[in-house]
Design a protein around this ligand. Structure first.
Ligand code: COA
Length: 332
């Protein structure tokens, strides 16, 4: 039987920095409020002509180069995103594949909001374990600035742009394989986080499509409470199921939505500070890109070594959630 190994990581963050101070000139907020309630100090914003796929392709190039796998050998490309280049079609995954020179591989997008990267990893793993694919490029890429309402202080302070990518490959060695991935969803809470217009589910005219309904809307406080409860239960479950204690995890890499959510879940799991990977201060919430961007930061700081176990968790619109236990298994 084939197993799935996490071989490499790459990421890209756009140049432009948007600070809390700059946001407080745009909406009724303050650096102090944002820092205290979210832990975010700044976020990156893509250039006007910089597409989601441009960022995703840059992250993918780095992950491919570090993986030691030739792009000709990639047979599946998955992109987790809620801010694609084009709604409906073509998928951002197909455009990224073209930009990095991958031809003929199956390619598609996954819509699971902030859980997009974990969902994509679970699909990559399933394709590999079933023997259908061997080398999968998994990307999380977001241009959230394109769907953010910069007059809404409840959301615009949170989100940023960026991309991350990983190469997942078939292996016969169980020791280096992804241990487990949990995934879940509950449409009962679909209205907590949504972009109400722009799709076939809403009655609107063409003009309305151009307006605020195409931006993200969030019931922040309700989402916050469900996120803490759901993530704590989900992460406890994946650890217990696999007979792994939180102290056996080298790196806890949570979705970077809000420092208070990360702290609450980390405390419930009795994680030490040095186990928790934090990038929320400098990138804000980059949805499907946040986990691979955080893993990449750890890797580039020389903090991620072969064989070390990562625990990932994420929660987002849908509602969706997931967690994963993954050893870092580079070829070299
Ligand atoms: N600046 C200043 N005040 C703000 C503000 C801002 N940017 N945003 C909201 N407020 C105000 C509210 O209007 C409210 O005022 P009121 O008490 O006069 O009504 C007060 O601050 C408290 O609002 P509340 O929404 O309860 O704050 P909060 O502590 O829940 O923080 C979020 C708001 C959005 C930061 C937080 O709820 C959050 O992070 N939610 C979850 C995000 C998430 O995980 N999403 C899922 C994955 S994307």
């Amino acid at each position: 039987m084939a197993y799935a190994a996490f071989r490499s990581i790459g990421a890209y963050a756009p140049q432009k920095i948007l600070t809390n101070q700059e946001l407080s000139d745009m909406v009724d907020t303050s650096d102090e409020w944002i820092t205290k309630r979210t832990g975010i100090l700044e976020r990156r914003i893509a250039a006007k002509d910089e597409k989601n796929s441009d960022m995703g392709a840059k992250a993918a190039e780095i992950a491919l180069q570090r993986s030691g796998i030739a792009k000709e050998d990639i047979d599946l490309v998955i992109c987790g995103t809620i801010s694609p280049d084009y709604f409906c079609m073509p998928s951002t995954a197909t455009i990224i594949a073209k930009k990095v020179g991958i031809k003929g591989a199956m390619a598609f997008d996954i819509s699971a909001a902030c859980t997009g990267f974990i969902y994509s990893l679970s699909i990559a793993r399933a394709f590999i374990e079933s023997g259908m694919k061997k080398n999968v490029l998994v990307i999380g890429s977001e241009k959230l600035s394109s769907i953010t309402d910069y007059t809404d202080r409840g959301t615009c302070i949170l989100f940023g742009d960026g991309a991350g990518a990983a190469v997942i490959c078939a292996t016969q060695n169980k020791e280096e394989a992804i241990v487990d991935i949990n995934t879940g969803a509950d449409g009962e809470y679909a209205d907590l986080l949504m972009t109400p217009n722009g799709g076939s589910g809403s009655a609107h005219d063409a003009l309305e499509k151009e307006t605020a309904g195409c931006y993200m809307q969030m019931k922040g406080n309700e989402t916050f409470k469900i996120a803490v409860r759901t993530l704590t239960n989900d992460v406890k479950d994946i650890l217990e199921k696999n007979n792994i204690k939180s102290e056996d995890v080298q790196h806890f890499v949570p979705h970077q939505a809000n420092l208070r959510i990360i702290k609450a879940v980390g405390d419930a799991l009795k994680m030490r500070e040095d186990q928790v990977v934090l990038t929320v201060a400098k990138y804000g919430n980059t949805s499907g890109a946040s986990i691979p961007m955080a893993i990449n930061d750890l890797y580039e700081a020389d903090g991620l070594k072969k064989g070390e176990l990562m625990l990932l968790d994420a929660f987002g619109g849908g509602l969706t959630w997931g967690s994963a236990l993954i050893p870092f298994s580079p070829l070299k």
